[in-house]
Write a protein that binds this ligand. Structure first.
Ligand code: SF4
Length: 332
C-alpha cells in the first residue's frame, strides 16, 4: 500500500483526546464497528442473504435496465436464491462463528430490494431470521420507493422481537444525478421514507456514492449537509466503481470528462472534508467498496477499506481533523 502522507506541517496539529470525542472512543470519527462493540459488547457479523427479490428498476416496473452503476454479481459462497433463507443463515453463521466465536449475528437481506414483495411474502421470508435462535437482528436493504405503511408496520412489529435495521440506497442527494444514473426516485422520496422509518422506531442506514458523473468535489462535500438533515443512525460511503457490463462503463468510455479522475490521496481529502461536516452521532460503516478485481474498470486503487481507514485516521489525527469539526458552524 502507498504511504499516504498529506500533512506538510504536523506541528500545527490539535488532536482531541478520546474523552472529548462525543462517541467516547479513540478514533477521530464515529466508527460503526467500535460503536457496535460498545453497544452490544461484541462484533455483530452480518450474514448476507439473497432471498430472491428483484427490484422495480430491473423488472420493468420503473425500468428494465437498472441503475447505470449496478452490477449485482458478487456474493459470498453461501449466498444464493437457490438455497432457502434458513440454509443461507445456517451456512453463513457456520462459516463466521469459526472466525469470530464471540460475535452476534445479523441476517442481512442485501441483494436487490428486500421490501419489494407483497407483505405476506415479506413476513414469511423475514420469519426465518426472526425465528432463528442464533440471529440477533435483521438488516434490510431497500430502495426508498419500495416501502409502504404496511411494510413499516411489519418491521415495527418484528422490531419488538428482534432488532431491525433498515438501509436505504440514497447514492446522491442531487436529483439531477439520480435522474442521470437512472434511479427512478427523487431525494424527496428518500426523506419521506426515512421519516416513516424513524417514526416506526427503526435504526436507519444510508448508502452514498462519491464520484458519480456530473458531480464535483463541492457537490460531494455538500452531500454531507443534506445527509445531516436525514434521521439516520449509520452511513456507508464509498467511491463510485465503474464496473464492466454496466451502462456506466459505456458512459465512462464515451464521456470521460463527466467523471472525476482522482488519486486515492485526493479521495481521502474529500472523505476527511466530508467527515468534518458530518453530524457527529452518525456511525460511519465504510469508505471504500471492493468489487472483484476482474470487474473493475475504474478506479483501480487496490486498497482495502481497513488499510484506507487506518491511513485516514492517521492523517486526521495529525491535522486535528475529526468528524463534525465543522458541523456546528454550518447552517442546519
Ligand atoms: S442498484 Fe439496486 S435499485 Fe439499482 S438496479 Fe441495482 S438492485 Fe435495483
Amino acid at each position: 500500500m502507498k504511504i499516504l502522507k498529506l500533512i506538510d506541517n504536523p506541528s500545527l496539529m490539535i488532536v482531541k483526546t478520546p474523552q472529548q470525542y462525543p462517541w467516547q472512543f479513540d478514533k477521530p470519527f464515529n466508527d460503526f464497528s467500535y460503536a457496535i462493540k460498545k453497544k452490544y459488547g461484541s462484533r455483530m457479523q452480518k450474514i448476507s442473504i439473497d432471498a430472491g427479490f428483484t427490484c422495480p428498476n430491473r423488472d420493468g416496473t420503473k425500468s428494465n435496465t437498472g441503475c447505470t452503476f449496478c452490477n449485482n454479481t458478487f456474493k459470498p459462497f453461501y449466498c444464493s436464491p437457490e438455497k432457502s433463507v434458513r440454509e443461507q443463515i445456517d451456512q453463513g453463521i457456520g462459516f463466521f462463528e469459526k472466525k469470530y466465536p464471540n460475535a452476534g449475528f445479523l441476517a442481512f437481506f442485501q441483494d436487490y430490494s428486500n421490501t419489494y414483495a407483497p407483505i405476506e411474502i415479506l413476513e414469511e421470508v423475514y420469519s426465518h431470521a426472526v425465528l432463528h435462535p442464533k440471529v440477533d437482528g435483521l438488516v434490510i436493504s431497500t430502495r426508498p420507493d419500495c416501502v409502504s405503511e404496511d411494510t413499516f408496520e411489519l418491521l415495527r412489529q418484528i422490531n419488538t422481537q428482534k432488532m431491525v435495521w433498515i438501509e436505504f440506497g440514497v447514492e446522491s442527494t442531487l436529483d439531477k444525478t439520480l435522474t442521470r444514473i437512472n434511479r427512478h426516485h427523487s431525494f424527496e422520496e428518500v426523506k419521506k421514507s426515512m421519516e416513516l422509518a424513524h417514526d416506526s422506531g427503526l435504526n436507519i442506514g444510508a448508502h452514498l456514492m462519491l464520484g458519480l458523473p456530473g458531480e464535483t468535489r463541492e457537490d460531494f462535500l455538500n452531500h454531507a449537509t443534506k445527509i445531516n438533515a436525514l434521521p439516520i443512525n449509520r452511513l456507508k460511503i464509498h467511491q463510485l466503481q465503474v464496473l464492466k457490463n454496466t451502462q456506466m462503463a459505456i458512459e465512462f468510455r464515451d464521456q470521460p470528462g463527466d467523471f472525476i479522475h482522482w488519486s486515492l490521496e485526493e479521495y481521502m481529502e474529500v472523505i476527511i472534508g466530508f467527515l468534518e461536516r458530518l453530524r457527529p452521532d452518525i456511525e460511519v460503516e465504510r469508505f471504500l467498496s471492493h468489487s472483484p478485481k476482474v470487474s473493475i474498470i475504474y478506479p483501480k486503487w487496490g486498497t482495502k477499506n481497513d488499510q484506507f481507514t487506518r491511513a485516514a485516521i492517521e492523517n486526521m489525527l495529525e491535522r486535528g481533523a475529526y468528524q463534525g469539526k465543522n458541523y456546528e458552524n454550518m447552517d442546519h
